[in-house]
Design a protein around this ligand. Structure first.
Ligand code: ZN
Length: 165
C-alpha cells in the first residue's frame, strides 16, 4: 500500500540522484502499543473474514542509505525489501507471497494510527488473492497490479467501515 503523501518528486530524479528506499525491521517494543493493538484487531478480523492462515506482522522503519549500507547491522530481509522498492518508492505496508516469508506483512511503524488498520486490511486482501493458498497468481502486468491495488483499497475501506460500526 502506498502512503497517501507519496512524494512525486522522486519520479523526475535521474537514476544517480535517486535516493532509494531503505528499511530496517524493528522490535515490537519500539512500536506504540495503540498501533500494535489496532494492527492485531484488524488482522484478526480479516483472518476470520477471509479464512486466512497465520500471518506474521513485522514492523519496520524507513532509514537512510548510509545506515542501510553500514556493515553488519541489517539482515537479509531488509535487503530483500530494498530490492523490491528501489524503483518503487515508499510503502506503508508490504506483503510477501513466497518462500520463508510467505504470509508476512511488513508494517511501517511511522504511519499514523489511522493508517494502521487500512494498511493491514489492504495487505490481507493481497494475501487472500495471491498468497500460497490464494485465488489468483500474483499480478504481472501494470494493469493487473493496478486492479489488485484498487481491490485492496476497496477492501480496506469496507473493513474500516465494518469495524467502526
Ligand atoms: Zn497493495
Amino acid at each position: 500500500m502506498k502512503p497517501s503523501s507519496r512524494n512525486v518528486r522522486q519520479m523526475v530524479l535521474t537514476l544517480d540522484e535517486k535516493p532509494g528506499f531503505f528499511y530496517q525491521e524493528i522490535d515490537e517494543t519500539e512500536v506504540s502499543p495503540e498501533k500494535i493493538k489496532e494492527a492485531k484487531k484488524v488482522l484478526d478480523y480479516c483472518r476470520r473474514l477471509l479464512s486466512l492462515p497465520e500471518i506474521k506482522i513485522i514492523w519496520c522503519i524507513k532509514i537512510n542509505r548510509d545506515s542501510y549500507e553500514a556493515p553488519g547491522i541489517f539482515g537479509p530481509v531488509v535487503r530483500t525489501l530494498k530490492r523490491v522498492h528501489k524503483d518503487d518508492g515508499p510503502f506503508s505496508g508490504q506483503t510477501r507471497f513466497m518462500g520463508e516469508n510467505e504470509n508476512t506483512i511488513w508494517l511501517r511503524s511511522d504511519i499514523s494510527l489511522d493508517e494502521v488498520g487500512p494498511t493491514v486490511a489492504h495487505e490481507c486482501l493481497h494475501i487472500h488473492e495471491f498468497g500460497p493458498l490464494g485465488l489468483y497468481r500474483p499480478p504481472v502486468t501494470k494493469q493487473e497490479r493496478e486492479a489488485a491495488e484498487t481491490r485492496a483499497e476497496s477492501f480496506a475501506l469496507i473493513v474500516k467501515k465494518a469495524l467502526s460500526e
